[in-house]
Design a protein around this ligand. Structure first.
Ligand code: URA
Length: 309
């Protein structure tokens, strides 16, 4: 497969995830960080049936999610799940039926490298209307630790609902608003038997875990506890429910590609009560399954609908 000879990136339905005609000049597109390319890999055969692309920070979490989806979608796995990016080593990617489960590392730059190659991968695989999800961890703002937050929008470090990227020497701003209908569908999966709260709200996405998130426990800090609390309360009054390091860019890139997407995070602590994550490792691992449960329920329901069409 190559782009040579084509004069449009549009698929048969007239849509395209890609907005870059320069790609038409490439004989072969190398998706370097995925360890795949359009010449040596039959991307349609490998990924053509993907519908749900799920991303999260760690390789471990995304392997767990793939294993969980195999169980809930009743897709028997022969042997171990295979990391499809193993040649590149930087990220991990697993496929279970219609679900692609990919790790993106920590922070916006790590995630956007991966995300842009996955968007191209979906295009080359001929996937129609994929849905993207981020399964994350975060600090909560005024909600109990262990709660789940479905993001409505991302807020950048200077409190704007945009993802800002310098391009050719000029800072460009891209809207960081998430799909409201998908958020509502995810919130509707909540069950009265769930042992966690689920909230919708804004997500403050920072480029730093310490000062960027108004912590007092980093190696450097020149503001007071009162400054920190004033800032966190301001976030709360703006509708922010949690703080992490990716949502603005995730919302912006999926928005630019025309992809329906959602961010679902668990909170590890309430930032109005402290800075350090002191909950035990085993409890944190347990809490991390909560966003997976929410997204898993949605995917099972949505996939059943597409199969019965
Ligand atoms: N991830 C973050 O970015 N911040 C937190 O406080 C917890 C997890």
């Amino acid at each position: 497969m190559s782009n040579a000879g084509a004069n449009s990136l549009k698929q048969q339905d007239g849509k395209s995830l890609l907005k870059n005609d320069h790609l038409l000049n490439l004989e072969v597109d190398v998706l370097y960080h995925l360890g795949l390319d359009t010449s040596s890999n039959d991307l349609k055969a490998m990924f053509g049936d993907v519908k749900y692309v799920c991303m999260g920070g760690t390789k471990y979490r995304m392997r767990e999610f793939a294993a969980y989806m195999a169980v809930v979608l009743e897709i028997p796995q022969e042997g171990k799940l295979v990391n499809l990016t193993k040649h590149s080593q930087r990220y991990a990617m697993y496929k279970v039926g219609p679900v692609l489960s990919v790790s993106h590392g920590i922070g916006i730059p790590s995630m956007t490298v991966l995300m842009q190659e996955v968007i191209k991968l979906m295009h080359y695989a001929g996937v129609k209307d994929p849905e993207f999800f981020r399964i994350g961890t975060s600090g909560g703002v005024g909600i109990p630790a262990g709660s789940v937050v479905v993001s409505s929008w991302g807020l950048n470090g200077v409190l704007e609902r945009t993802y800002d990227l310098p391009i050719l020497g000029t800072t460009r701003k891209f809207p960081a608003i998430l799909d409201n209908s998908l958020s509502q569908e995810l919130l509707a999966t909540a069950s009265p038997d769930d042992d966690f709260e689920i909230h919708s709200g804004g997500t403050f996405a920072t480029d730093d875990f310490y000062r960027g998130q108004a912590r007092l426990d980093g190696p450097f800090c020149d503001y007071t506890d009162a400054d920190k609390m004033t800032f966190l309360k301001k976030l709360s009054s703006m509708g922010v429910k949690n703080i992490e390091m990716e949502t603005t860019a995730f919302a912006a890139f999926t928005g630019e590609a025309g992809i329906r997407s959602a961010v679902v995070c668990v909170t590890f602590l309430d930032r109005l009560l402290g800075d350090q994550v002191t909950t035990s490792k085993s409890t944190l691992l347990d809490w991390q399954t909560r966003p997976m449960t929410v997204i898993g329920r949605y995917i099972v329901k949505s996939y059943q609908k597409t199969k019965s069409k």
